[in-house]
Design a protein around this ligand. Structure first.
Ligand SMILES: [Zn+2]
Length: 353
């Protein structure tokens, strides 16, 4: 059966998303691998339509409804294990549906390595995550490896020692048996705010927050950091400084930030140049292993340079030592060493840093 075959292959490739997209006369199926869309299958129009209907049926969507976007979820049994899937459909103006399938809990945290370009920033992060309390924030685009980094650092902090770690996420992406992992469920009325409130009552050593996206969550995170917990969270911003602006936007005061914030990191996963491929290393090339075709570039702000930002967020004059390790400068270095192509360098630069 094709659905079984498709999911088995996607699972073995550890892809995060399967895209079933209509073309004029057929469907193309892509896997998202290392951030790139990789074409895997071709189906004729009828087969593609049937596959989409099948998945819609399994995940309790309205099979007859083709115009309205829909979403659903289910657990699919493969030969050797079960995979959790989330589905979403959207149609173009000609009522041709496309379907995206997200594969959840693909990742086993023990197998997750963070390949960082620079040791210096990684060591800074390791030190920060050892703090007794405070707030450590991560930002970066979608699929920049923030969750992997947060999990890895917190696991590193435990180092076999028993500490309570609670995660609040939407959804849980990485399975980690030593953490208590909780998941937001809006339809059941379980919000980030609810989960955070109950997490704080457990007095854990560390709380990992999937994303600070509203005022209530921001407020709760601040309370947690003030009351002796280490909170490691991600927040949407286009660079380190943007994190502060975003928190101010969410109603957090500068004074509160001065009391809680111990570090900010901005990260992205950058595709590596491969001399065999003559470009970014491709899916089937064996030069770099499949899950190591990208490496993480971090900018980390902590200590005095962070303090300067928090004294007055309007101060725009950068100090020389800060500039040397800002994201764009490190990216330039990586490019000069030949780890990435010129095109990649241009593409990953942060605008108006
Ligand atoms: Zn290659």
């Amino acid at each position: 059966m094709f659905a079984q075959h498709l999911l088995t292959i996607a699972d073995s490739f550890r892809t995060s998303d399967i895209h079933i997209l209509p073309e004029q006369k057929h469907y193309d199926i892509y896997f998202r691998l290392n951030g790139q869309m990789d074409k895997q299958f071709y189906l004729d129009r009828e087969e593609g339509g049937r596959l989409i209907s099948y998945f819609k049926f399994l995940s309790n969507m309205d099979v007859g409804e083709k115009r309205r976007p829909q979403s659903g979820s289910m657990t699919f049994q493969l030969k050797e294990k079960a995979v959790d899937l989330r589905f979403s459909t959207i149609s173009n103006y000609q009522s041709q549906e496309s379907l995206v399938i997200r594969l959840l809990k693909q990742k086993d945290s023990n197998k997750q390595e963070v390949g960082a370009f620079f040791r210096h920033e990684w060591d800074m992060l390791k030190k920060l995550v050892d703090s007794k309390s405070g707030l450590l924030l991560f930002s970066g685009p979608v699929d920049s490896g923030k969750t992997t980094t947060m999990y890895h650092l917190v696991k590193n902090r435990l180092d076999g020692e028993k500490q309570q770690v609670i995660t609040v996420e939407d959804p849980v992406e990485i399975e980690e048996v030593t953490f208590l992992q909780t998941q937001v469920n809006e339809t059941a009325g379980i919000s980030y705010e609810h989960l955070l409130k109950s997490s704080l009552r457990h007095h854990p050593d560390v709380i990992i927050v999937g994303e600070i996206r509203d005022e209530e969550t921001a407020k709760m995170v601040m309370r947690g950091a003030l009351t002796g917990h280490l909170i490691v969270a991600s927040i949407h911003a286009k660079n380190c400084r943007g994190v502060i602006s975003r928190l101010l936007e969410l109603g957090v005061s500068l004074t509160l930030l001065q009391q809680t914030l111990i570090g900010i990191a901005f990260q992205n996963l950058i595709p590596l140049y491969c001399s065999l491929c003559g470009t970014n290393c491709q899916t089937y090339c064996s030069h770099y292993p499949r899950d190591q075709k990208r490496a993480a570039l971090f900018e980390v702000k902590t200590g005095d340079s962070l303090k300067r930002w928090l004294m007055d967020e309007r101060v725009e004059i950068p100090v020389r030592s800060d500039v040397q390790r800002d994201f764009n400068h490190l990216l330039e270095k990586v490019s000069m060493y030949g780890y990435i192509s010129e095109k990649t360098y241009q593409r990953y630069l942060i605008a108006n840093q």
